[in-house]
Design a protein around this ligand. Structure first.
Ligand code: XIL
Length: 738
């Protein structure tokens, strides 16, 4: 009796196993993609989860599918895969955030700074819809000559690392999904662009960008011999020593034997590698896959091809079941990024090195930092920064951070820097310029090419002639926190020059200005002032600012950093004194105004609201057409946007004839430092000034929770005694005390 029971059980287990997914390794997945554009998961009579345990949507998480028109997000198809994966408890991968293929074509019609806004909106929308993504192809196919995003300038372009825009994309992804495995993915990584692939990923790694793994698409392996393939795998891993994925594997051939042979040669090499976290095949139904007329499919005419039969058997071997992965349970435990302050440094200099390390569930006990074999620091407290004293041996050095957690596990991450013969970096003069103040363009930091400047010469010590991709850094001391405006004196006889200001900080790569066009001044000796508002505040203290020449051919003489004007509210905002925006400035009879502003013209102002309450506005405006409109939005210090008013500008007969247009402001305005945004939505108008008049104070004070019950307050919120005559607030109500 007992014996029969056991047999029955065993039988049951065996038959269940036949229908389980192919890989039963809990730490390494064998995934596949959706079939056809309508995003089938189960397809052609076959159940996806009988075979695969990870899903990548073939097309429907590409940007063009997610946001077909600007601001219109469609997640319906993507949700089919995401829900399927969730139901079966296996990973869903977002493929892909940034790619030069399958992005929405409306991006091509936007200015660089609008493209950046669109990117932020896209990332935010994906974050809102999928807050807990576990695996993301952050950037796809960025190797020059592959398919780099044509809108890469919006992310900072090449910049000092050569791949600033990719660093930025990873930072934006990491901010939103700190626990996701962030992947850089590309094709031809095993064959033609192997070196370029290694170099690109290594730059990201050495810079300390939050990249966790590299993805090798693996579309290119059908006619690749096994030795060459093994060597390529080894070479890439040897150089990067990071987790990897085979992300889009397919062997496109109608020849069953050739397909089987490649599977047998290649799959175990991926699978056995302890640095490989998973393999995703790119399609499985013959005739319905992307490559070579669909003949990479594994199920043909309803029957399994030999490669699939073999794959199932292989996945049941001990070798496959026990293979190790860098991501046990498919999850990322450690996020470790090592960032030497410079990728190149002079002999005998001091190089700060920062380790950014966070654990998903464990606790860090210590971090050991090595340069070569030498243990240079053991750190137990954040921030994990070591000041490394560079010796006199030149060459490339490898930095290794070993993070030990309280349960005794260790996690490693590498970076590199180069020691070269040359001048140590430092400010050009004895003391660094103080901001607010002026920086002379030719007085960029002393040091070596590739450390404090690149591709630039000091010309006659007055101006600097700039080439594409040139950059120069300036050590400065910022005296006061605040929003600044950089006014640069430039000379150019063409109008396609572009520049931006950045800082290669320890925690992130900060863009202080948008990529800004350099005006045509008529000649290379005629200097004019161009205005670049800083889009983030500068904090007091030492900074190293980097001036990036994204498209060169012009001269810069100086950069004057001024604190942006802050307007008091109630009071008058002078429209031309915006600190950020894209509006043109024109002259009026007695000053300046925003001129000829059309839809999508915008300007932002710093305001200090001294009185909370209800407001009305008086806008001094002009227009030669009917139907011009602009909106006024308040951005509170926490980023909350409050719509204040939509102003309809009358046709005043000409842009030089101004009228005052007044109206009510919809929302109450709270006290404090805030930003005001004016955005033109239709027509063509000039905006001279905007007076904000407080019509009723005490609005916010009424609801203030520190007001004692029964006590009386005036409309400014100050406590008054019971004999106070006039309007008072008591118990949250306004009353008149006669
Ligand atoms: C392919 C899809 O399979 C096709 O359906 C689509 O028409 C084009 O894109 N590298 C990638 C994948 O990262 O997104 C591509 O997918 C194949 C190459």
């Amino acid at each position: 009796m007992k014996k029969t029971l056991i047999t029955a059980c065993a039988l049951f287990l065996t038959s269940a196993a036949t229908f389980a997914q192919l890989s039963t390794n809990p730490d390494k997945f064998l995934g596949n993609i959706t079939t056809s554009y309508n995003n089938d998961v189960d397809t052609h009579g076959f159940i996806f989860s009988d075979y695969w345990n990870q899903i990548t949507p073939e097309n429907c998480t590409k940007w063009d599918a997610i946001e077909p028109s600007r601001g219109n997000f469609t997640f319906g198809n993507a949700d089919k895969s995401a829900n399927y994966a969730e139901k079966h408890n296996f990973p869903f991968k977002y493929h892909t955030l940034i790619w030069g293929g399958q992005y929405p074509s409306w991006m091509n019609n936007l200015s660089t700074s609008e493209q950046y806004s669109a990117l932020v909106e896209y990332f935010d929308a994906v974050k809102e819809h999928y807050p807990d993504l576990e695996i993301i192809d952050v950037v796809n196919e960025a190797i020059p000559g592959h398919n780099p995003a044509p809108y890469k300038a919006a992310l900072g372009g090449d910049g000092r690392t050569g791949y600033d825009w990719i660093v930025k994309a990873f930072e934006m992804a990491s901010e939103r999904w700190p626990n996701a495995i962030l992947i850089y993915n590309d094709f031809n990584t095993f064959r033609w662009q192997k070196t370029e692939f290694i170099n690109l990923v290594r730059v990201l790694r050495d810079y300390g960008a939050p990249i966790d793994a590299y993805g090798c698409q693996s579309h290119d392996l059908t006619d690749m011999g096994s030795e060459e393939f093994y060597n390529a795998m080894d070479e890439i891993q040897g150089a990067l020593k990071m987790p990897m994925y085979s992300t889009e594997y397919d062997i496109g051939t109608s020849d069953d034997n050739l397909q089987l042979q490649r599977y047998k040669e290649q799959i175990p090499y991926f699978w056995k590698a302890d640095y490989c976290a998973g393999v995703t095949l790119w399609g499985w139904i013959y005739g319905n896959t992307w490559t070579t007329d669909g003949n990479s499919g594994l199920i043909r005419d309803g029957k399994e091809r030999p490669a699939l039969t073999w794959l199932r058997e292989y996945m049941q071997t001990d070798e496959a079941k026990n293979a190790k992965s860098p991501y046990p349970g498919f999850k990322k435990e450690a996020s470790i990024y090592v960032h030497p302050a410079a990728m190149k440094v002079a002999k005998k200099d001091v190089l700060p090195i920062k380790v950014r390390a966070t654990m998903a569930t464990k606790t860090i006990e210590k971090i050991d930092l090595y340069v070569g074999d030498e243990l240079v620091a053991t750190m137990t407290e954040e921030p994990y920064i070591a000041e490394y004293e560079v010796g006199s041996s030149t060459g490339t050095k490898t930095v290794k951070a070993v993070v030990t957690t309280t349960d005794g596990s260790t996690y490693e991450r590498l970076a590199r820097f180069t020691v070269a013969n040359g001048t140590k970096r430092g400010p050009y003069n004895e003391t660094a310029p103080v901001l607010p103040g002026v920086i002379q363009a030719e007085e960029y930091d002393k040091g070596m090419s590739g450390v404090s400047f690149n591709n630039v010469l000091r010309e006659n010590f007055t101006t600097t002639s700039l080439k594409d991709g040139a950059w120069m850094e300036y050590t400065v001391d910022v005296a006061e926190d605040g929003f600044y405006i950089m006014e640069a004196e430039v000379a150019s006889k063409k109008s396609d020059g572009l520049l931006h200001l950045s800082e290669y900080g320890f925690d992130d790569l900060t863009f202080f200005t948008n990529l800004t066009e350099v005006p045509n001044t008529g000649s290379t000796t005629e200097f004019k002032t161009m205005r670049c508002p800083l889009i983030k505040p500068l904090t007091a203290g030492r900074h190293i600012l980097c001036l990036n020449i994204d498209k060169g051919g012009f001269y810069v003489k100086s950069m004057n950093f001024k604190l942006a004007t802050t307007f008091d509210v109630p009071g008058t905002v002078e429209a031309e004194d915006y600190f950020n925006g894209n509006a043109d400035i024109v002259q009026t009879a007695d000053g300046y105004a925003l001129g000829n502003a059309t839809a999508d013209t915008w300007a932002e102002y710093l305001v200090d609201v001294t009185q909370a309450g209800k407001y009305s506005y008086e806008a001094t405006v002009s227009s030669a057409v009917d139907g011009s409109k602009f909106s006024i939005v308040l951005i509170e210090s926490d980023g909350t946007e409050k719509s204040l008013a939509t102003v309809t500008v009358p046709n005043t007969g000409s842009n030089d004839t101004y009228q005052v247009k007044s109206g009510k402001i919809r929302n109450t305005i709270p006290e404090g430092q805030q930003r005001l945004r004016v955005k033109v939505t239709a027509g063509n108008c000039n905006i001279d000034k905007l007076k904000l008049i407080c019509t009723e104070t005490g609005i916010d004070e009424v609801t203030r929770d520190d007001m004692a019950a029964g006590a009386s307050y005036n409309l400014a919120g100050q406590q008054v005694d019971a004999g106070y005559k006039g309007i008072i607030i008591r118990n949250g109500k306004k009353i008149i005390n006669r």
